[in-house]
Design a binder for this molecule. Structure first.
Ligand SMILES: [Zn+2]
Length: 356
């Protein structure tokens, strides 16, 4: 090995991890009022050889759990023995929220609207500041794992700033059928990271407070393929399987409830819809005998990439998220191939690596 190929050690919260080492670090973020210390647990894998530094973060919204399982499976992956560069995995960033099964922190703020945060700001601002200073700013790249909100599912999708060619390349490598070009939101982790030249992808899949096997498997697979593009992992052996083609949505918007009532959803997640297609019907439960019903019809042709799962709706509630594409037929074929590929989980204990 030539000297310049050797990786650099990394120090987090005063703990230094040397090349070839792996370490669990507790990052202190304060105390509960019960005098219980709170830490963000994280794991650092410092490869022997030089390469980028990448963080994987989950549960920035404390009720979004798919990422917690994605991280667990990623860490068990034997291919990490051949890691170049440094991987930092943070299975639960919002350690306050996960205790309460909540998206937010106890001060009711949203962590993903509170970056860059500050040392002396609100509880949420302090957590944002610690995470940004101790983790994000030490990295070149990041992948932030999310799910839909409570009672809402997202079809596996990547959101990223596609105006940046390298971020676009990573988003395409993630191997999910749908990519959204998402502008940086004020106060988000992605925006704060971009200001420090750290490129971040956001993976959105499944529903809050639930595990969704398809979303979890696609997440593990996506992270590993992004790491291959970054040359943090060796290239995959050639396979005769056709690689999944991602499609960038032209735009997307939610179809909202025209009235309050009880929803019967017709369109399923991943479905292709034409303009005017029936998405669902709302009826008023106090008006059973009149049978007054309100139809929700697609205003555009597209794919259903997000949907509400609760039949109880208030007028104005976002019910069906429709993404529009240049070539809807090709995009729909890619979603179908993805869903077929993800059927039949290989192993009930969820540690089978053959799908990777
Ligand atoms: Zn989220």
């Amino acid at each position: 090995m030539i000297a310049s190929e050797k990786n650099q050690p990394i120090t987090i919260n005063g703990v230094t991890v040397q090349p070839g080492e792996q370490q669990i670090i507790d990052l202190p973020v304060g105390k509960l009022y019960t005098h219980t210390d709170l830490n963000i647990p994280l794991q650092v894998i410092c490869g022997r050889k030089t390469g980028p530094t990448l963080f994987i973060s989950a549960a920035i919204h404390g009720d979004e759990l798919n990422g917690v399982e994605i991280v667990r499976r990623l860490i068990k992956s034997s291919v990490l023995k051949r890691l170049r560069g440094t991987l930092i995995v943070v299975p639960v960033v919002n350690i306050f929220g996960i205790i309460q099964h909540s998206r937010y922190l106890p001060d009711r703020r949203d962590l993903n609207r509170s970056f860059p945060g500050s040392k002396r700001g609100s509880l949420t601002a302090r957590l944002a500041h610690i995470f940004l200073t101790e983790i994000v700013r030490k990295c070149d790249y990041g992948i932030d794992l999310h799910t839909g909100a409570i009672h809402r599912s997202n079809l596996p999708q990547v959101r990223a700033n596609l105006d940046d060619p390298e971020t676009k390349q990573l988003a395409e490598a993630f191997s999910v059928p749908v990519i959204l070009n998402s502008n940086l939101r004020d106060g988000s982790l992605r925006q704060a990271a971009a200001e420090h030249n750290v490129k971040v992808l956001l993976y959105e899949a499944g529903e809050a407070l639930r595990f969704d096997e398809m979303s979890i498997r696609a997440g593990v697979r996506g992270i590993l393929s992004a790491m291959r593009v970054l040359e943090m992992l060796p290239p995959k052996k050639p396979s005769h399987k056709k690689p999944l083609e991602p499609f960038i949505a032209r735009s997307s918007s939610w179809e909202r409830a025209p009235e309050s009532g009880v929803l019967r959803a017709v369109a399923s997640l991943g479905a292709r819809v034409n303009k005017g297609d029936l998405l669902g019907v709302i009826s008023d439960p106090s008006d059973l005998f009149d049978q007054q019903e309100y139809e929700i019809r697609a205003q555009y042709a597209g794919l259903v990439i997000g949907k509400s799962n609760i039949p109880l709706v208030n007028e104005g509630d976002a019910l069906f998220h429709i993404a529009r594409f240049e070539d809807i037929q090709e995009a729909a074929a890619s979603v179908e191939a993805f869903q077929n590929r993800s059927e039949n989980p290989p192993n009930p204990i969820f540690d089978d690596q053959t799908f990777i």
